[in-house]
Design a protein around this ligand. Sequence first.
Ligand code: SF4
Ligand code: SF4
Ligand code: SF4
Length: 414
Amino acid sequence: MAKVRNWQLGREMDYRYENGKAKRQFAAVFNINRCIACQTCTMACKSTWTFSPGQELMWWNNVETKPYGGYPQNWDLKILDLQEKANPGGQVWNATKKDTKTAPYGTFEGKTIFETANQTDQMATGYIPPEADWKSPNIYEDTATRFVKEGVSLPEHSGWFFYLQRICNHCTYPACLAACPRNAVYKREEDGIVLIDQGRCRGYRKCVEACPYKKSMYRPSTRTSEKCIGCYPRVEGTDPLTEGLPMETRCMTACIGKIRLQGLVQVGDDGLWIEDRQNPLYYLVQVAKVALPLYPQFGTQPNVYYIPPRWVPRDYLRQMFGPGVDDAIAAYENPSRETLAVLQLFRATQSIIFSYKVQQGPKTGELKIGGQTREIFDDVAIGYDSKGREIVRVAVHEPVIERQGALAFAMNTI
Ligand code: SF4
Ligand code: SF4
Ligand code: SF4
């Protein structure tokens, strides 16, 4: 076992291989607060990659309703339970042992799925879901807590649910890769995308067992495992549609709720993100700290980050996103001028935004939210592509366009 640095855990950990050495890393931020569970992302992926025989139960992108839903069913509860049994009472964070760069959320003092595994027939603690668990991808849709038994009433609803959008996290330390006895799973140096070589795979399903997010799936018709491919032709810019420009994936660009922003971040030899202040993903994750990894305690260092939902009990969120939850929600509820501008870049263009600039405008008003006064400015967020060319320009203030009298009259008479 090698020792690798996992900055999300604030410490070194055991992993089967040395640091992945990906120079650039596929990453994304999902804003849970805005998702409407329309499943357009799900269908965009399905209709592009998994519409063939044998892939019927395969949803590389899925959106599930928490706390009861899951695809496969109860995937997270089952892993959490296995980890708790392996290290009873020890799966805890020390939120005071912090460092802005190397331990931004504190230090995880429990054990990762690599550290609880026996290292002989299991490289990571996991399980293979029974077939029935894959059959209802949207079980308990829109089912809130308390509604089930006692119901809720005004003035304050205590019931809650939220939508969790999930794709493969293209982890820095993928459990699927560590577990594969055929070395069929590999991580690309150029973008950190994790792929399964279909020629090498023999369908042993060790990746299905090991992936804590259950994002590697078995295809009975080919007897191989498959997973999200990060839409790599688009990210490379080799898809004919992209005209040579790196483009965001199908599930990202289709998002109706404008909750997703995807791109590439630079990674150093020490496994830390290289400072790139004007990259919107770097800004949201490392500077504003408004977006957090999903179950970082599993230890794979996932690369999809979430802006947590404001209305959900904090204990539940801390278990899911770690101890950075309170700061992340505070940063989202009362965003800085820059954060507000960067949030406008979500789904403003299909091309990957490599850097941004905020053009400051005049103050146009004030809002009172949660007892706090927030100033509103007419700022503009400008996004640039991989070659530094401007590709998008979005105003924080939506422009109000008044119809001219003659036109209004014409419209009224139609
Ligand atoms: S989410 Fe699962 S399938 Fe994807 S890279 Fe991580 S361990 Fe592998
Ligand atoms: S990145 Fe591409 S392959 Fe992966 S879930 Fe999204 S659409 Fe599917
Ligand atoms: S398309 Fe966007 S808003 Fe709709 S379910 Fe997917 S993530 Fe949510």
